[in-house]
Design a binder for this molecule. Structure first.
Ligand SMILES: Cc1ncc(COP(=O)(O)O)c(C=O)c1O
Length: 439
């Protein structure tokens, strides 16, 4: 996608960055000082004309790539008709096209109903409201290392203090954070269930808990996948105690793990499935889909919002659904996952390859750790890799408790030769990365 000289940006990245320093809040941090000019599938070009392979994909949003042609066609067609009405005032068919698809494709037991929102956090907020209304209880169980958003209620669920919660004072609650069982934490399913039993014995009556909120595979937490057995145990816990099981698939949904939703690997149906990111193909859309009685728990007018389920974003989602269903994207996610696994193993055998720690994740939702010479997490080596890779034309993103995990969030539609190219860049940088030492 060569640069079109006629539409050259008026300013270079240094000038734009200077303006950002003056007018953008310091709280809005950007990982890379790269100002995009244009992008297509897994490639992006910045305003200076530099080409990148994009392994961030808008933090897992661009499952079907930047400007997927099917998505763009649906968006253009919708823009020719109308761009907004506010569903709470004037309903529209694109909204129903999305809720129809969700009812047919989400792993919910019995008839499923949905509502649409603008962002993942807003979707999670509404899931919490419905759980409160349905159960009449306010307590929530969430997990250490979880990320559920940056609004006040979702921050309360997020299992990481800095930079998200520090200094904000009391958050809506009560929320009880318990250990997340997975290979990386070393906590077993039995130990995690024991922690829940201890919570009930010591601090919280189960009758006060309305919801259990879990990411079947943690995104921000570093692509840590819990065992299917644990999700089954939570399902049973919720059934026995009248709690609502909420699965946050905002990052893991829409094919990323090789199934449409990660919870399908466990074969468990949540009461509410929370979705975002990949659903909109780059347009702001998120959704919650759940069992009819839970989703109908609020009075008419209790759910909604001015822009929620905007028709252009809904049209984009119908394009995403079509691509996922017809282009073999789920199978491709599994192939991509295998390719990542082969490449990560290969990196370890190269000069400097001792900096590569364990691989994590399932399907194409893969990540690898950067470790120090003593095997401990090395956020410094990760920072070195991020910066050098960017200079070499590859955009990477960290995650994890120690910020030492590189999560691979390229579009599932990325051509395999661009995956090879990306890993060749990483391979070349390893000796330099290995020179970075933790203090
Ligand atoms: C698992 C998970 N939940 C919730 C959110 C919040 O979504 P949003 O940023 O769209 O509000 C995110 C965003 O990264 C996420 O990964």
């Amino acid at each position: 996608m060569p640069r079109d000289e006629n539409t050259k940006p008026a300013q270079d990245s240094t000038m734009i960055r200077d303006r950002a320093g003056v007018s953008v809040s310091a709280g809005v941090r950007s990982l890379h000082p790269v100002y995009l000019d244009r992008a297509l599938n897994a490639q992006a070009w910045d305003v200076d004309g530099t080409r990148y392979i994009d392994f961030i994909g808008g933090i897992g949003v661009l499952t079907v790539g930047h400007r997927n042609p099917v998505v763009m066609e649906r968006v253009s067609a919708q823009c020719e008709r109308f761009t907004h009405s506010c569903y709470n005032a004037l309903p529209h068919e694109p909204y129903i096209a999305v809720t129809d698809w969700l009812a047919a494709n989400c792993p919910i037991e019995g008839p499923a109903k949905s509502m649409l929102t603008n962002s993942g956090a807003e979707a999670m907020e509404n899931a919490l409201k419905l759980a409160r209304a349905f159960t009449g209880r306010t307590g929530v169980i969430a997990f250490e290392g979880a990320f559920h958003g940056r609004t006040l209620a979702t921050l309360a669920l997020t299992g990481k203090t800095k930079p998200y919660k520090a200094g904000l004072g009391p958050l809506p609650g009560p929320v009880w954070h318990l250990p997340y069982p997975c290979p990386e934490t070393g906590v077993s399913t039995d130990e995690a269930m024991d922690a829940i039993a201890k919570l009930f014995a010591v601090s919280a009556d189960p009758a006060s808990i309305g919801a259990v909120v879990i990411e079947p595979i943690q995104g921000e937490g570093g692509f840590r996948a819990c065992d299917g057995e644990f999700i089954h145990a939570l399902r049973q816990l919720c059934d026995e105690n009248g709690m609502v099981l909420i699965a946050d698939e905002i990052q893991s949904g829409f094919g990323r793990t090789g199934k449409m939703f990660a919870i399908e690997h466990a074969g468990v149906a949540p009461d509410i499935l929370v979705m975002g990111k990949g659903i909109g193909g780059g347009f702001p859309l998120a959704a919650i889909t759940g069992a009819e009685d839970v989703m109908n728990a609020l009075a008419p007018g209790g759910l909604g919002g001015t822009y929620s389920g905007n028709p252009v974003a809904c049209a984009a989602a119908t394009g995403v659904f079509e691509v996922l269903e017809t282009d073999g994207v789920l199978g491709r996610a599994n192939q991509l996952g295998e390719k990542y696994a082969t490449h990560i193993a290969w990196l370890r055998d190269l000069p400097g390859g001792h900096v590569i720690g364990r691989m994590r994740g399932i399907g194409a939702m893969r990540a690898f750790e950067l470790i120090a010479d003593d095997g401990k997490p090395s956020p410094k080596r990760l920072q070195t890799l991020l910066q050098l890779a960017r200079n070499a034309g590859l955009l990477l993103m960290p995650s994890g408790e120690h910020a030492n995990v590189v999560r691979l969030l390229a579009p599932l539609t990325i051509p395999f030769d661009q995956v090879d190219e990306a890993f060749a860049i990483i391979a070349k940088l390893l000796p330099k990365v290995a020179e970075t030492q933790e203090p």
